[in-house]
Design a protein around this ligand. Structure first.
Ligand code: BGC
Length: 262
């Protein structure tokens, strides 16, 4: 059917003058030095706003008895190698609350109650945020929906739970797992080296079953250097995540805290 045209075309209304399009000022790009303190190496790289690497990842071996003094000197050296940066994020292998370290089972002495964030701020003369290493890795990979457990398999056994994006740091590594041994005793790097890949994989499979029952997570992410040695088929809601995703956590640490502290 042909559409009926109105008898008279409506009067053209004057076009309101639109304000000239104002471009928002370009955001100042912020470079973050992302530092990951591990039991065997301390790694650092400079990242852009999006978490893309600006510099190559540099690594310095973790010294024996890594005290606060030794670690701060190494982080300052890595900062020097990375060049210009505006702020630093540090993933630390122990319990950290509000920038203060309480435990460091795989480093050295002198960490209980050590204000690492404040000490690094002073040394690097930049804003610094320090959080647990597994937490930082998790911030980089979780979706923010549902119950998400993140486990890191490196020197130690790192753990953190995210519920709709809110994080709850865990220290599952030091809890009983099997035969009076802890998760870290059985799945940390010492066990990996001592008992071999086959046994380690067998125990990891058992640990995944245990954790699934314990947390009923929607998704489990496995990170850390030894995650690459997993040789069995993982359940569909379990995923191996890379270190690059961990780096992204160094950026998220700033966004997340900004929201959480409001
Ligand atoms: C520590 C955790 C840490 C994990 C991985 C454990 O021994 O207690 O805080 O996240 O190792 O480094």
């Amino acid at each position: 059917m042909k559409e009926e045209l109105p008898a008279k075309a409506p009067e053209a209304r004057p076009i309101a003058k639109r304000p000239a399009t104002v471009k928002p000022p370009a955001l100042k790009s912020t470079t973050t030095l992302a530092v990951d303190v591990g039991g065997t190496g301390i790694k650092a790289a400079a990242l852009d706003e999006k978490g893309k690497l600006i510099t190559e990842r540099q690594k310095i071996k973790t010294p024996r008895n890594a005290t606060p003094k030794k670690l701060i000197a190494i982080i300052a050296e890595l900062a020097g190698m990375a060049g210009a940066f505006d702020r630093a994020s540090v993933g630390f292998p122990g319990v950290v609350k509000d920038g203060v370290v309480y435990t460091a089972p795989n480093l050295g002495k002198g960490w209980n109650n050590f204000p690492l964030e404040a000490a690094l701020k002073k040394k690097l003369k930049r804003p610094v945020r320090v959080a647990n290493d597994a937490d930082v890795q998790g911030l980089g990979c979780v979706t923010g929906h549902g119950d998400e457990l993140v486990i890191t398999l490196g020197t130690g056994f790192g753990s953190v739970l995210f519920v709709d994006g809110r994080r709850m740091h865990l220290e599952l590594g030091h809890h009983p797992f099997r035969n009076g041994k802890t998760y870290e005793d059985e799945l940390g790097n010492r066990a990996f080296v001592k008992k071999g890949k086959k046994k380690w994989n067998k125990h990891l499979r058992e640990a995944i079953d245990e954790m699934a029952k314990m947390f009923n997570y929607d998704r489990l992410y496995l990170g850390g250097g030894n995650a690459a040695a997993i040789n069995f088929k993982l359940p569909p809601n379990v995923k191996v995540v890379s270190n690059t995703e961990g780096l992204l956590g160094g950026i998220k640490l700033w966004q997340y805290e900004a929201v959480a502290k409001k």
